[in-house]
Every structure is written in C-alpha cells, then in structure tokens.
Ligand binder design. Structure first.
Ligand code: DNO
Length: 387
C-alpha cells in the first residue's frame, strides 16, 4: 500500500519536511479553508497540489470533500449543492487528484467521549464510553424519547453518572463529543461556536422524519448524480464508514455493517463508487468481523485507514495497538491484493509530549509515527514472505 498521512494544511504543526523524514509517500488532505458546500476552484486545488509537490510529496487522497447536510437529508437546495460538488470533483480530476474520501453520516462525523483516556504506560488514547454518550443524549441534549434507545444496563450507568456529574465534566463531554472532534474535520460545529448544544439541537431537527430508507435513497441520488464526472476523470469516491457503526442520537446511519456496504455498492454498481476501508470504525461495532469484511470488499476499496478498536462487553470501545492480529490480517489482505491502494494510520496514542502540542484529536505526531512504523513493518514482512 502507499504510505500516506493526514496533514491539515500549511498551518499544521507537523510539516511536510517532517513527514518526508519518516517515510511518508503521499498526503491526505482537504482544502480546510473553503467552507462546506462551496466550489473548490482549480486555482485553489493547484495551489495545494503544488505546495505538496514542492516538498517532494504527492497529494494522494482528498479527505474529505464534505457532503453538505442538505444533500444528506434532501433539502430544497440539494441539486444546486450537488452541481457545486461536481464542479469541485471536475477541478480535482483536472489536477490529477483522483481519490476522494467523504462520509454520509448525518450531523455528527465521528464520536468519542474521552480524548485522553489514560493507559497504564503513561500514554493516552481515544475512548468511547457508552454511558457517557447516553448521558450526553439524555441529560445534556435532552432529546425526546432518548431513553428508549438504551438498554437498562446503560441507563443504570447513566443514573450513576448523573449522581456524581460536575459542571466541568458536563462541559468536557460537550467539548469532546460535538466540538473538539468536529471542527477540524470540517464538521458542523466549530471551536468558536458560542452555543454548540443549541446549534447541535437544530441540526438534529433537520432529520426529523428521515429514516434509513430515505437516507439510502438520498445517498443513491447523490452517487448517481456524480458518477458521470467520476467516470470522465477516473475519480474514485470512497465513503468512510460511520464511526461508530451504530444508530446514534435518533439519527439514521447507513454505512455500519456488511449489509449496508453491500447495499450502497450494488445500488450504484460502478467501480468509481467505492469504500474507505476504515478498519477502526468497522471494528467499533461488535457485529462486524473486519478480517472477513476486508476480504470481501478489497476490490471495491480505494483507501485504507489502518487502526483497530476493542469493544468491551458493556459496549464501550477503545483504540487498540496497530500490532493487533486482526489488523495484521487486514493489512495482509490489502498488501497482497491491492498493493497500490493509499493507506494512512490514525487515532494513535498521545505520547512523549504529544499531549502538550494541541494536535487535532486522534492525530498526534509521535503516536502516529510509531503506528506508521508498525504498519510499515507488517507490510515489509508480508512482502518478504510473498517474495
Ligand atoms: C476521524 C476521521 C473522520 C473522517 C471523515 C471522512 O478521525 O476518520 O473524520 O475523516 O468521516 O469523511
């Protein structure tokens, strides 16, 4: 696989020169300064591309070209927004940037409750605590009928939490779930939003009455509309699985499991309609067997996210080591069957001073460097066995 790295643009504290020194071959980035829904002009695309190339690297993947909420819920301006999306795609195609990652998750991109969960060795990891998430849903958002979505065990944990909850801990949950994890991925809430919970509630209301069937129809509509441009420029679209791959906050989620993946690939049966195989997101659902899924969908995968989660019996999950045997198996599948596919690591621990650097959540330097070293070692071993 091609060793790539998610880099957040010229303001990223991690520079392209640093990345060359650690064996990165390709860059994964977005035009983060262009607001969601606006066209990426050829000029802006070329500026980024040239900047990356001047540093001896290449722009391998766009992550993400964000799909506006209105396209997802089917708002009155969706056709106009799809036309803009097509223009951006055409400009990327003209510039030769041809792998595009996006997601079709309503409102919330990825979800974690704890961004610095301490490990015994002094590092820390991202963590998803199901009861804390339910607490946020029931007691902070105050979503109507939210209790119905949780098991009695989770509700009992929520009550325990509620008894000891401090204003600081409530604030931290809001920050972790809807602010710090969202802004930097061009999500809906930015760090300077004065009333993030209010904003979030009004976003949730956009999906009143939208179920999985409608969301699927809207995804199909979007994909069918953009496929002609993808074919013209040979652009590979790759949807990121829902993270976590579960129904949350009363929102429909449609990229969560084998059946979902099969559905969207068959709904628009064109090789340009593909998958980002995020082993980490898929493994955060106990219903998914990532090793099997990798084997099944390797041919329709255009981008790989190498990381993996451990789900605990109570439904909490935590990122695991990049040397996890399941991840080794997934890497073996892609390295042997899809040697040219771009791959990046993420959600590695904070370590050796990373915690003081203010990196975007999940995107540490030392932690990711170590993870890339591990994954690179696994790839080299597989290749030497094959030879
Ligand atoms: C989080 C990421 C996601 C991903 C988007 C792709 O760390 O994996 O934010 O980039 O969902 O559209």
């Amino acid at each position: 696989m091609e060793k790539t790295w998610r880099w957040f643009g010229p303001n990223d504290k991690i520079t392209l020169d640093m990345l060359r020194q650690i064996g990165v071959e390709g860059i994964v980035t977005s035009l983060h300064h262009i607001p969601n829904g606006e066209v990426w002009s050829l000029d802006e695309v070329m500026k980024m591309k040239n900047f990356i190339e001047e540093h001896g690297l290449r722009w391998s993947v766009v992550e993400s070209l964000p799909v506006s909420e209105s396209i997802k819920f089917g708002g009155p301006d969706r056709d106009e927004l799809i036309e803009k999306y097509k223009e951006s795609l055409a400009n990327l195609g003209r510039a030769g940037v041809k792998t595009i990652c996006y997601n079709f998750m309503p409102v919330l991109d990825w979800a974690r409750t704890d961004l610095e969960y301490p490990n015994p060795d002094g590092t820390s990891n991202l963590y998803f605590n199901r009861a804390e998430f339910a607490y946020f849903d029931i007691h902070i958002l105050g979503r109507e009928g939210a209790e119905k979505d949780y098991s009695p065990e989770v509700l009992a944990r929520v009550e325990e939490l509620a008894a000891g909850m401090t204003p600081e801990a409530r604030h931290r949950l809001v920050e972790n779930i809807i602010v710090k994890t969202q802004g930097f991925v061009n999500g809906n809430i930015s760090e300077d939003d004065a009333a993030p919970v209010e904003t979030f509630r009004s976003l949730l209301r956009l999906y009143d009455g939208i179920d999985r069937v409608t969301l699927r129809a809207n995804m199909k509509y979007f994909l069918e509309a953009i496929m002609p441009v993808c074919r013209q420029y040979d652009i590979n679209m790759c949807v990121h699985p829902d993270d976590p791959p579960l129904q949350i906050l009363g929102l429909p989620r449609i990229v969560t499991c084998d059946e979902d993946i099969e559905w969207f690939l068959n709904a628009v049966p064109d090789s340009h309609n593909g998958l980002t195989f995020c082993a980490g997101s898929l493994s955060a659902g106990a219903h998914n067997d990532v090793v099997e899924l990798a084997r099944k969908y390797a041919d329709r995968t255009h981008f790989v996210h190498a990381r993996i989660c451990n789900v605990m019996p109570n439904g909490d999950f935590k990122e695991s080591t990049h040397l996890d045997p399941r991840l080794i198996d997934v890497i073996r599948t892609f390295e042997t069957r899809r040697p040219d596919v771009p791959m990046r690591v993420d959600h590695a621990p904070l370590m050796l001073g990373d915690e003081k650097m203010g990196y975007n959540a999940g995107y540490s330097f030392h932690g990711r460097m170590l993870a890339l070293g591990m994954v690179g070692g696994i790839m080299a071993t597989i290749n030497s066995e094959e030879a």
